[in-house]
Design a binder for this molecule. Structure first.
Ligand code: PLP
Length: 406
């Protein structure tokens, strides 16, 4: 059976060009970039090249790019590092620092925020999205307090693919920060988790108006275990991991040279292909959504139809368990997901689907299909055919047979 992979938001295969670029750095060019000899210099040169490739894509300077082990680490560094910088200075009589984030962030952001709350180091506001899965700029503005130091909002949601108005929030913050400077209030730092955005959207940090941006190699046809945190020059942030002086003393630990080389190459490939790939994937995604909603009764699209990532379709089917769907699709050789790869091992309904107002049983009946650059129309047609059969069968088993399936 030829397998069909439709879980590209969980991870992507390494692009052939990326793999080729990485290979020498596992064996013949294996030096540690911190060594002074020629082996070390070779590794340093490779890292410098990758840093420039990444910086060019984000419209940043090379020294603003910090290589990490992935977006989980980058997000932790962004949140905990900004807090660490705040506490490294004496803030006499100041209230506890305040952070604004949303209810639909990836667990690594939410859990980092919850931890700082539990440790009584920060006060957090979790902004709810509307029922389309979009965060309102007004709600963010209303949540700002004199002691707000950080706003962290994802660019593209990993479960329902909704696009958040990052550039608009960036503009609003620019205005607000000017006024705050006059009042001698702390500047609000703006962080975005762009992990699911890099493949398809403009991620120029100046267009977005962000100070910090996280992303990950394995979501963009690069290797796993490598990512970046973009840190705008003069952003107050301290490292959170002790050890060596790597990455401008911002992230201790021996460089993952093959991974970094791969990330740089993956970004270069995207720079050349982004508009063409986005268009192709979006038209397949639109075809999928149209067919599923037309041909499967009581099926719905979760999240905004237009403000969503070109590769994401998240459906729910009344009277069907998402887990059953995933397992049945897997038996047919089709890989899909109920939500984020990290939380799909728990039986808890998705926090994102609950946040957009779905009931528990609706959130349990959801299916995330994410397309990639190798997805074909033939694969989408097979998925639609199998999905119709499986949804009908599962409804029959649960006693919820709809006339169309009798
Ligand atoms: C939006 C988002 N943020 C963060 C992460 C974590 O990325 P990594 O696997 O690189 O730690 C993911 C991965 O699922 C994600 O989709």
């Amino acid at each position: 059976m030829k397998k069909i992979y439709l879980d590209y938001a969980a991870t992507t295969p390494v692009d052939a060009k990326v793999f080729k670029a990485m290979l020498p750095y596992f064996s013949e060019k294996f030096g540690n970039a911190m060594s002074v000899h020629s082996f070390g210099q070779e590794a340093t040169e490779a890292i410098d090249k990758a840093r420039t490739q990444v910086a060019d894509f984000f419209g940043a300077t090379a020294s603003e790019i910090i290589f990490t082990s992935g977006a989980t680490e980058s997000n932790n560094l962004a949140i905990k590092g900004v807090l660490a910088a705040y506490y490294s200075v004496d803030h006499k009589n100041n209230a506890k620092p305040h952070i604004i984030t949303t209810k639909i962030e990836h667990h690594c952001v939410l859990d980092a925020c919850k931890k700082t709350e539990k440790d009584r180091r920060a006060q957090i506001s979790y902004i709810a999205p509307d029922k389309e899965g979009i965060i309102s700029i007004k709600d963010i503005e209303k949540a700002i307090q004199p002691n707000t130091i950080l706003i962290s909002i994802m660019y593209v949601n990993n479960e329902i693919g909704t696009l958040q108005p990052i550039a608009e929030i960036g503009q609003m913050l620019k205005r607000i920060n000017i006024k705050r400077a006059e009042k001698k209030l702390p500047r609000i730092i703006f962080h975005t988790d762009a992990t699911q955005a890099v493949n398809y959207l403009n991620c120029n940090v100046n267009d977005l108006g962000v100070d910090l941006l996280s992303m990950s190699g394995h979501k963009i046809y690069g290797p796993k275990g490598v990512g970046i945190l973009y840190i705008r020059k003069s952003t107050p942030i301290k490292r959170i991991q002790d050890g060596g002086d790597q990455e401008y003393k911002m992230r201790a630990g021996t460089h993952n040279v093959p991974g970094i080389v791969g990330l740089g190459e993956a970004i270069s490939v995207i720079s050349n292909q982004q508009p063409v790939i986005s268009k192709k994937i979006q038209s397949l995604r639109d075809y999928l959504i149209k067919k599923v909603l037309a041909e499967i009764p009581k099926s719905y699209l979760n999240g905004s139809a237009d403000k969503r990532s070109p590769n994401n379709a998240n459906f729910r089917f009344d009277d069907v368990e998402g887990e059953g769907l995933i397992l049945s699709l897997d038996m047919e050789g089709i890989a899909a997901s109920t939500g984020s790869a990290c939380s799909s091992s728990t039986l808890e309904p998705s926090h994102v689907l609950l946040a957009i107002g779905l009931r528990h049983e609706q959130a349990h009946g959801s299916l995330r299909i994410t397309l990639g650059k190798d997805t074909t129309k033939g694969e989408i047609n097979t998925l639609i055919k199998k999905l119709k059969e499986i949804v009908g069968r599962l409804r029959k088993i649960s006693g919820n047979v709809l006339s169309e399936f009798k």
